[in-house]
Structures are given as C-alpha cells and as structure tokens.
Design a protein around this ligand. Sequence first.
Ligand SMILES: NC(=O)c1ccc[n+]([C@@H]2O[C@H](COP(=O)([O-])OP(=O)(O)OC[C@H]3O[C@@H](n4cnc5c(N)ncnc54)[C@H](O)[C@@H]3O)[C@@H](O)[C@H]2O)c1
Ligand SMILES: [Zn+2]
Length: 360
Amino acid sequence: VIALRAAQEGHRYPVRIGPVAGGLREQLAGRTVALVSCDRVAATPFGRRVAAEVRRGAAQVLVQRLPDGERGKTLAVLERASVQLLRGGLQRDGCVVALGGGALTDAAGFLAATYMRGIPWIAIPTTLLGMVDAALGGKTAVNLPIAKNAVGAFHPPAAVLADLAALNTLPAREMRSGFGEVLKYGALDPGLLRRAAARAAAGRPDAALVAACVRMKLSCVARDPRERGERKLLNLGHTFGHAVEAAGGFRAFSHGEAVAVGLDFAFRLAARLGRIGPGPVEQMALALRGAGLPTRVSAAIARRAGSHLGYDKKRGSAGLGWVLPVASGRGWRVEWDVGVPEGAVSATLRESVGQGLRRG
Ligand SMILES: NC(=O)c1ccc[n+]([C@@H]2O[C@H](COP(=O)([O-])OP(=O)(O)OC[C@H]3O[C@@H](n4cnc5c(N)ncnc54)[C@H](O)[C@@H]3O)[C@@H](O)[C@H]2O)c1
Ligand SMILES: [Zn+2]
C-alpha cells in the first residue's frame, strides 16, 4: 500500500493506493453509508467486493445508483437521490461512498457537498482518470444543459481509496483516456515521462506510476487550492484539448484523447515560439502515439476548435493563458499564464490537421 496525505485549506485526507479493503472499514465504523455508484461499475467483481466491504463496516447501507457517466451529473438526478437518501434516513453523521469513474465521483461528491449542507464522502475511483485526477483535489460538480461542470462546490473527500484491481474491467478506450492525463503529468515532469510512456504503451499502470501522478496533483492543489497560480499547471494540454473536446461534441474525443491532442499542440506551439527545441516535441509525440492516443485532428475539427479558442479569448483574462513548456536544465519545465501571439496559434492549428493515429 502506498499511503499519501493530501492537504488543502486546512483539510487533510489520506489517499491510499492499494487494496481497498483495509482502508475502507476504518473509515466507516458504525456509520450510515450511502453507497453511490452506477449499474455498470456496481456489477463488476470490484464493485461487488466494495459493496460487501461496505456492508461489513457500516451500521446501515443505503444503495443509490446514478445513471452512467455524464447522464448522472445533473441536478435532477441529485434531487432524486437526495430525496431517497432523506427517506432512507441518512443524517448528518452519515457519509457517502462514491464508487465509479470521474463522472460518478464528481456527482456523488457534489451530492455530499450539498446534502444537509455537507456530509463527508469517500472516493473510490474506478477509472485511471479518476485515480490520477477527478477524485483528487476536492472539486465536485454537475453539468447544466448548456455547460459542463457549471454548478459545483469545493468539497474535499474524507479519503480517496485507489485500488488498481478496479481497472481489471475498464474498457481499453477508457484506459487510454486515463493515460492521456497520465502523460500530462509526464509532460509536466520530464523525469516521469519515460516511465509513464512505457506503462502507457503497455496499456496498464502500476501503483508507483499512479502514486507519482497523485503526488504531483496533490502538491499543486496543496500550494494553490483555488487555482490562482500553480494549480493552472494541471491544465497543460487542456486549452486546446477542451476546444477539441467541444469541437467533437464531447463524443468524437474522450477527455484524455482530447488532452493528448492538446499536449502535442502545446509542445509544438512552444517550439514555434522558440521556448523549446524539436527534441521535447518529438519525445511527447512518441509517448502519445505509443499510447494509441491521437495527436492530429480532421480539418473540420481543427476549424471548430480554432473558433472555440477565439471565443474563449473574447472572454478576456479568464480566457487564454497558455500553459507551455520552456527549456531548462532537465529538459524542460512548464509555465502558466503565458501570452501567445494569435499568429503562432493559428499556424500551429494548421499543423494539427492530419492523419495522426486515431482511436480504434
Ligand atoms: N473533479 C475534478 O477535478 C475532475 C477532473 C477531471 C475530470 N473530471 C470529470 O471526470 C469525468 C470523466 O471521468 P472518467 O474519464 O473516469 O469517465 P466516466 O466517469 O464517465 O467513466 C467512463 C465509463 O467507464 C465506466 N467505468 C468506470 N469504471 C469502470 C470499471 N472499473 N470497469 C468498467 N467500466 C467502468 C463508467 O461507468 C463509464 O461508462 C468528467 O465528468 C470530468 O468532468 C473531474
Ligand atoms: Zn483533464
């Protein structure tokens, strides 16, 4: 077991990477627990094991199933769930156990943040993306019909239990998507990139790699819980990545696939600006392609993504502060709030069109 400690704004919580059993029971002793999951994850061997473990540790268990993925991240779903939990007798001294991918932990975390003005919750992420990103850092949210993650709260969990056994049933595309985010941590730390790229090519993380990513996210969050500065590093690859995700209607590209395209974009943009040489660009592209992730998009996606970037910029300072690498002793380091001339962005955009490896 790798035991890490997270700290943000005076709140501390353990992040355990290892078998879920040991960590869970000590958290539950004698409480009423709302076990929030989706049918798909609950039906996996890991899901069943967690449910059994919760039953052993809790005084009472209320099982709550949300619709799968983004469909579970709505206010209507949480209203329904809250009513059922209230009827079931969940009180302020109870807690939520969130079992699932990032969408599920976002929704169940927000449920915990708002139920009776906030009760504790435990995150059990079951996707790679959840383990290295979504379940960490205390951001919880649901979507509105017109915008993702538009309603939410900062509500750090009481514990995060990441058990790699959960990944046994994870579909390959979801695993790849998680590796998009893992390679982002590699892009933030050249010392990590080689190791991350090797595991990504093998299609399976190990506990040490997950722990390295978790440590990086936790240290950014600890130093900058409200994303005013350093936490922005975690958005590397996300400026263009979000634009690609939106351009594909949130269907053509998974989040990690879009981040992969965005990472390649950020490194090429940095090279065009003379911040790094061709070496890091090549290293990054090889790592992404080796993981089976895309680095290029169709002309139509590029055009739509470009107009998303333009739209962001019109919103002013909240818009385009690029997060970009710059050469330094160990290869490169990454800076945030970098201003970039529009011409460099559009030239890099033109280069992004092509037949880079697509999913499938
Ligand atoms: N709060 C944050 O800081 C933060 C950060 C990053 C992403 N997110 C959010 O995370 C979400 C994306 O998370 P995700 O990539 O984990 O996708 P997801 O939660 O939508 O899960 C993807 C699919 O995999 C299934 N699944 C999950 N675990 C499984 C398992 N072990 N075996 C089989 N199937 C499994 C899910 O049911 C779902 O159908 C987005 O909503 C995003 O906004 C939040
Ligand atoms: Zn991301």
